[in-house]
Design a protein around this ligand. Structure first.
Ligand code: C5P
Length: 355
């Protein structure tokens, strides 16, 4: 397929980071997919996108260990693929990004998604999950959550559970803060832990360069660092506080309305100026070298640049597809990132592509 957003990301320097692009197919059906020949359900393959947060404001720590969020998600054309095949028991294998480093048991969120769905639907979790990963691990792009969302859709189709979309969204929210967005995709305002979603109705196409860093960042660790920086600022509220010295920016972002307006107006210059992330100071504190990427982005003419979610991937906004390709080439040439990818958004959430 050649249409924008329907293909995978175009790599500048990392062949291992691109997945086969396939057509978007119809959404998962609820019928039990019995093979006419042998009576065994056919494997189901689901493609699911990465997310970036265009705005992420983080409130105080809640008693349940989560923080109250206001965030704007956009799903972008960098994908994982999950194939669910009938099996005797629940098993899981990983290829691509993170193969060999990710758990292949209940430590993997995709495994837990299959187990939870089976339990809720009253069926055996008799499935083998193949995760073909294109999304960097622990990159701030919600790859693990995307795999869980894809697993819910794939197993739902494989088992013909009859659960509705609302129930799948509930299961997604139980699994993690970003899983529900993996199901929905597009652009959405997230509140609560990030799992309460309202679609943002904005036409238009947004062009990004994703700069992946060496190594990942642990999301809980980044949130803890933010709490620490905030405690320091509260204890010594002066402009030269550690939090501001570390990040070079304030530790609380403003309201989200301006950014939503920029999306609706399809105004990339304004959107670039309004990208904001409360987790960025914490990510920069843990990984100071990310500043070089953000600085290079500004020097190379990105409309805006931001640490994506808890990082360490940085997202650079471009004016057009051509601008994104030029920006990616220049950034790759600077040699400060692990890989550089051109992607576009919004794209739909987890969808069956093959069965
Ligand atoms: O839900 P998920 O597994 O993606 O969250 C990972 C961790 O990130 C949580 O255990 C928590 O430490 C932190 N988090 C948070 N507030 C949120 C989302 C995540 O503190 N709203």
């Amino acid at each position: 397929m050649t249409g924008e957003g329907s293909g995978g990301p175009r790599g500048v320097d990392c062949p291992g980071w691109a997945l086969e692009s396939g057509a978007f197919a119809a959404v998962a059906t609820k019928e039990c997919p019995l093979s006419p020949l042998v009576g065994v359900p056919e494997p189901v393959t689901v493609r699911v996108p990465a997310k970036i947060n265009l705005h992420l404001s983080v409130g105080p720590l809640r008693p349940d260990g989560y923080h109250e969020l206001v965030t704007v998600f956009q799903a972008v054309s960098l994908y994982d693929q999950v194939t669910a095949t009938p099996a005797r028991t629940l098993t899981l294998a990983v290829s691509g990004e993170g193969a060999g480093t990710l758990p292949t048991d209940s430590g993997n969120l995709a495994w837990r998604a299959a187990a939870l769905l089976a339990q809720r639907a009253g069926v055996d979790a008799a499935v083998h999950l193949d995760l073909a990963r294109g999304i960097p691990v622990a990159g701030g792009l919600a790859g693990g959550s995307a795999d869980a969302a894809a697993t819910l859709v794939a197993c739902d189709a494989l088992w013909g559970t009859g659960l509705g979309r609302a129930e799948l969204l509930e299961l997604a929210a139980e699994l993690g803060a970003d899983v529900a967005f993996g199901l929905v995709g597009g652009i959405a305002l997230g509140t609560g832990r990030g799992e309460r979603l309202t679609p943002v109705l904005a036409a238009g196409r947004w062009h990004w360069v994703l700069a992946a860093a060496h190594g990942g960042l642990s999301t809980p660790e980044v949130y803890r660092e933010l709490d620490r920086l905030r405690a320091v600022t509260e204890a010594a509220p002066d402009p030269d506080s550690e939090a501001e010295r570390v990040s070079g920016e304030p530790v609380a972002v403003g309201p989200v309305s301006g950014l939503i307006n920029a999306l609706r107006l399809q105004d990339p210059e304004q959107l670039g100026r309004l990208l904001a992330n409360d987790l960025q100071p914490a990510a920069l504190s843990l990984r100071p070298e990310l500043r070089r990427t953000l600085r290079a982005a500004a020097e190379l003419g990105a409309l805006g640049a931001i640490v994506s979610g808890s990082g360490p991937t940085c997202a650079l906004l471009a004016r057009s597809d051509e601008h994104a390709v030029r920006l990616a080439a220049a950034l790759a040439g600077a040699g400060i990132c692990r890989t550089v990818k051109v992607v576009a958004g919004p794209v739909p959430g987890a969808r069956v592509v093959d069965r």
